[in-house]
Design a protein around this ligand. Structure first.
Ligand SMILES: Cc1cc2nc3c(=O)[nH]c(=O)nc-3n(C[C@H](O)[C@H](O)[C@H](O)COP(=O)(O)OP(=O)(O)OC[C@H]3O[C@@H](n4cnc5c(N)ncnc54)[C@H](O)[C@@H]3O)c2cc1C
Length: 376
């Protein structure tokens, strides 16, 4: 078997499969290696949200491009990814939040985003079950939405294969071969070596270990997050409700009727532990019922945990590394699913043509990590 490829991708989540799809579409011979199964990492554990409300230009523009890709995914990939413009509401319960959201809205609108600050009663008219006690208003973007991570990855993976690429699961990369500062290929736990002058690290929460295989110490750390999904009830087009208060959370009604959500613990939990806690289930239920009291009688179907791959500033690192031909698309924090389609397309274009669609220095390898993304 010929083991030479134009590009080797490490990781079969949304980032690896989207990047692989766009590279294979441009005619490159792609090999994607996944240590477990496709969606085994963060992607299959995310809560499906896709938003464009961010605070920095590159992230806003990337997210807006991603929404366009989600909207056309059925035609592009031939898979119904359950894309729905169900919107996102960021809830403001104090003046500081009102000001912060309004400031971000100003930036977002400069890029043409259909976002506005609406009153609590306008929000209530859109979401009749919403508890508006102490709510001062919400940042509302109706073109934000949701999609199925499993179907998105399925579509991209099928696309890679249709374009002549290969995907091998249960194949862990254990070494990246570097000679004279240039990447040459990878070796797997099965002892097989695959050759390529381009390798992309799309290993999500494992990105740091993978980078170190080539001597590249990426500034990323896994951070554990728990989530749950309820039984399905009648779909009421409820948007992603984001409550950033210390005892808040975020959840959305899936188009299939279930509510799916999580919250960020006050003290962040490092690591990749996938076990679930009773404490999270109780706390998340309490928080959801506080925001939408009508959920009181909806049963929880299941719960799980996964990891974000965090950078110090909450923005991804998408770039070539100091090892020539070794790229990384990592550090997606809590936004990799929503940004994934666009980042895959942009990195593929950069590898093929050498250009980014706009200034992407916010995502550069080796940047100085400054202020944290305000809508992390
Ligand atoms: C609870 C929770 C909720 C979230 N909600 C959202 C949300 O609503 N919206 C959103 O945009 N994002 C959300 N996220 C974040 C999102 O899931 C991630 O940012 C995104 O899935 C990252 O995709 P990825 O492809 O980089 O990583 P992953 O999906 O983790 O894929 C990396 C893959 O690499 C493989 N791998 C690792 N090491 C190796 C190796 N040595 N050899 C071969 N393969 C390897 C892993 O097995 C894994 O499958 C959430 C995350 C969690 C945990």
């Amino acid at each position: 078997m010929n083991k030479n490829y134009d590009v080797i991708i490490i990781g079969g989540g949304v980032i690896g499969t989207s990047t692989g799809y766009y590279l294979s579409k441009s005619g490159m011979k792609v090999l994607l290696l996944e240590k477990d199964y496709l969606t085994a990492g963060s992607t299959g554990r995310c809560i499906t949200g896709v938003r464009q409300q961010f605070s920095t230009p590159a992230t806003i523009r990337t997210a807006m491009s991603a929404v366009k890709l989600f909207e056309n995914m059925k035609d592009e990939l031939g898979v119904d990814v359950e894309w729905t413009n169900s919107g996102y509401m960021f809830m403001a319960h104090d003046e500081a939040k009102v000001e912060a959201f309004k400031k971000n809205i100003e930036i977002q609108r400069k890029f043409g985003l259909d976002v506005s600050f609406i009153t609590a009663s306008e929000a209530k008219a859109l979401v009749p079950h919403l508890d508006t006690d102490q709510l001062l208003g919400v940042a509302w973007c109706p073109s934000d939405g949701q999609a199925s991570p499993f179907k998105v990855v399925l579509g991209y993976a099928r696309g890679i294969r249709d374009n002549g690429g290969s995907i091998i699961t249960r194949q862990e990369v254990t070494d990246i071969i570097v000679e004279d500062g240039h990447v040459k290929g990878v070796t797997t736990a099965a002892g097989v070596t695959y050759h390529s002058s381009r390798v992309i690290n799309c290993a999500g929460p494992w990105a740091r270990e993978v980078g170190l295989m080539a001597g590249i110490d990426l500034q990323v750390e896994p951070e554990r997050h728990e989530a749950l999904i309820t039984d399905g009830v009648q779909y009421e087009n409820m948007p992603m409700l984001v409550d950033y208060r210390a005892d808040g959370g975020y959840f959305v009604q899936r188009v299939t009727g279930q509510f799916i959500g999580c919250f960020t613990p006050e003290v962040q939990v490092p690591g990749k532990d996938k076990s679930s806690t009773l404490e999270f289930m109780k706390e998340m239920s309490r928080r959801m019922c506080k925001i939408v009291p009508a959920l009181e009688n909806v049963a929880i179907l299941r719960q799980w945990a996964g990891s974000y791959c965090m950078t110090p500033d909450g923005s991804p690192i998408v770039d070539e590394t100091p090892v020539k031909g070794l790229y990384c698309s990592v550090g997606m924090s809590g936004h990799g699913f929503m940004l994934g389609p666009a980042l895959g397309k942009f990195l593929a274009e950069y590898i093929v043509d050498g250009t980014w669609p706009f200034d992407m220095s916010e995502f550069a390898y080796g940047r100085k990590f400054g202020d944290k993304e305000a809508m992390a």
